[in-house]
Design a binder for this molecule. Structure first.
Ligand code: PDD
Length: 274
């Protein structure tokens, strides 16, 4: 099982990063999670565009072409399986711990590939809880600094739930590690892109598939009250795809089963990703 680290391929057990790496000391880095369905890197350009955006937002100067990334990533992938690539770039190893950017550090580039574990909750639906969105003001950046997300997700798990749905000033933003869709009065809605959410690649694909099938998508604000009254709630991400939420804060969502629009969009997504 080989991983990529700073220009080399080596066994996972041999991959080493200095304790002075700013990723370790400060969480000073960004990442991507890219599905690889039977060897095909899913929406690679979109993931790399988001990566570039994350890098420029944290002022980390590293710019590889799509072709260079493809060359780096493809050797990690097993074509016989559904997998995902985890790709992380940090501001590198500085001579000492100092909040200020180092003057001469070389970014650390790390990538590994893992099998996508089928998520059991997909067909039957999952439980979710709403929680106060206590993250920072740059949620559109895919930063490795995930302490808030981790604490939120862990609280959800300890309440028997698969995801925390986050609420900011009375409006829902996204999940701790997912985007959010709801169906209200037959209309598919998702929060509009802003610095409050990560612009999910799965989210983009769902919107495209819906529109191509004459299903309108309303990108707008969604209040907590609207969420509580929704006929369907889904959470979406690269690793879990489209997951129906059938119980919110202990209350069933509609009849407590995955809804018809989820069934339709999930089917379209499963066909599309092949
Ligand atoms: N997380 N919002 C947040 C906060 C996320 O962490 C993720 C994905 C998403 C969905 O984005 P996408 O559809 O591009 O995967 C939304 C990844 C999977 C992770 O952290 O493991």
């Amino acid at each position: 099982h080989k991983v990529y680290l700073n220009g080399e391929y080596l066994p996972l057990s041999k991959a080493r990063v200095s304790v002075l790496d700013r990723g370790f000391l400060f969480g000073d880095g960004v990442y991507e999670v890219i599905p690889a369905y039977h060897g095909k890197l899913f929406r690679l350009e979109a993931h790399l565009q988001r990566l570039e955006n994350s890098l420029s937002n944290i002022r980390l100067g590293l710019s590889y072409s799509v072709e260079k990334w493809r060359e780096i990533l493809l050797p990690l992938v097993d074509e016989t399986k559904d997998q995902y690539i985890y790709l992380q770039i940090t501001r590198g190893v500085a001579p000492k711990r100092d909040h200020a950017f180092p003057t001469s550090a070389v970014p650390t580039v790390f990538a590994m590939c893992s099998d996508i574990q089928y998520f059991e909750g997909r067909e039957v639906g999952v439980k979710a809880v709403t929680m106060d969105d206590n993250r920072w003001e740059m949620c559109h950046v895919k930063a490795t600094t995930l302490l808030a997300n981790i604490l939120l997700r862990q609280q959800a798990i300890e309440q028997g739930c698969a995801e925390a749905i986050l609420v900011k000033n009375g409006y829902v933003t996204e999940g701790a590690a997912s985007n959010l869709f709801v169906v209200i009065d037959g209309e598919l809605m998702t929060p509009a892109k802003s610095a409050d959410i990560l612009p999910g690649i799965t989210r983009d694909v769902i919107i495209e598939l819906a529109q191509a099938n004459d299903i309108k998508v309303n990108e707008n604000v969604i209040s907590l009250e609207a969420l509580q009254a929704a006929d369907e709630i889904w959470v979406t991400s690269s690793t879990r795809e489209i997951i129906p939420v059938v119980e919110l804060d202990g209350q069933p969502v509609a009849d407590g089963h995955p809804g018809p629009l989820w069934r339709k969009i999930n089917e379209l997504f499963q066909q599309y990703k092949q």
